[in-house]
Design a protein around this ligand. Structure first.
Ligand code: AKG
Ligand code: FE2
Length: 288
């Protein structure tokens, strides 16, 4: 069972969850946010329907750019037995800028418009971040400062994010604002059963010739994240998410100095160039 509890103070969050890499759900972290009531599909359609968004497959492959209203019209509120075209249901991952790429529909302007409607969850520290880099004494918060992989995830029932682990040896926060998602989490020690080089097994269609040890793998938890709940996905953990009802999530990743030994090991393990490029991008000052 996933641990569910009210938000602890940041010191407890660091010592009990972040440093030991223990997944947890906080039940009250968004209670004071206007976003909790305001960020509905209908309101987003009204406010941002004409904006172009980034549409992905069931992993992290960008497949198209589309106006948000077009995505919502086509995929939200589908009847339960709706015949859908084969292949994964497209998934809107509306990220803020991840690298030096202009002329792309990043969500930065939308995040500027939304910044008063949410704030730093009470369990998170205000300082001490390595990613994004936060100079000593400076306080930062994801509603005002760009964080890597910060985005609005807008996904219709049936969408899925296939099993993967996140880049940068980073921790992820996922705030479930609307709708429900099923999460399946595997501990990092299960990696030999789930991976072949950089490839990760597809839980829903495992290729046992490529992943012969997959039948030995055991998830740590398999649960549904409910609206109003906030999940910590610890660094190195493999996770899959199935959207169970039309959904809006807010998410971002970070590395805190409390996990510096893990980050140091990662940095010296020859990370992929694309990950290093993002680290370079987020090592400088960026305001949103
Ligand atoms: O909410 C989801 O679909 C999963 C998100 C996720 O794990 C990611 O984007 O890295
Ligand atoms: Fe992830």
């Amino acid at each position: 069972m996933i641990e569910r509890r009210p938000s602890p103070p940041p010191e407890t969050f660091l010592s009990h969850y972040l440093v030991p890499h223990r997944p947890v759900v906080f039940t009250d972290a968004m209670d004071r946010w206007e976003a909790r009531t305001k960020w509905t599909p209908a309101a987003f359609r009204e406010r941002f329907g004409s904006k172009l968004v980034q549409v992905y497959d069931d992993l992290f492959k960008l497949t198209s750019l589309s106006p948000l209203s077009q995505y919502l019209d086509r995929y939200f509120d589908a009847p339960p037995d709706a015949a859908r075209s084969p292949g994964p249901v497209p998934y809107v991952r509306w990220y803020t800028r991840l690298r030096a790429l202009d002329r792309f529909p990043w969500a930065d302007e939308v995040f500027r418009q939304l910044r008063e409607e949410w704030s730093l969850p009470p369990f998170l520290p205000e300082d001490g971040y390595l990613l994004p880099f936060c100079p000593p004494g400076r306080r930062i918060s994801p509603n005002t400062t760009p964080f890597p992989a910060r985005g609005l995830f807008i996904s219709a029932r049936g969408c899925r994010t296939r099993l993967h682990k996140d880049p940068w040896q980073s921790d992820a926060i996922l705030c479930q604002l609307h709708g429900r998602k099923r999460f399946v989490l595997y501990e990092p020690s299960q990696a030999p059963l789930l991976t072949q080089g950089t490839e990760v097994v597809d839980l829903d269609a495992p290729d046992l010739e490529r992943f012969p040890r997959f039948p030995e793998a055991r998830p740590f938890v398999d649960f549904e994240l409910e609206p109003g709940e906030t999940l910590l996905i610890p660094q190195g953990w493999y996770h899959q998410a199935d959207t169970r009802s039309d959904s809006i999530s807010l998410t971002w990743n970070f590395v805190h100095q409390a996990t510096w030994p893990d980050f140091a090991r990662y940095l010296t393990s020859a990370p992929p160039q694309a990950e290093l490029d993002t680290l370079t991008y987020f090592s400088g000052p960026h305001e949103s």
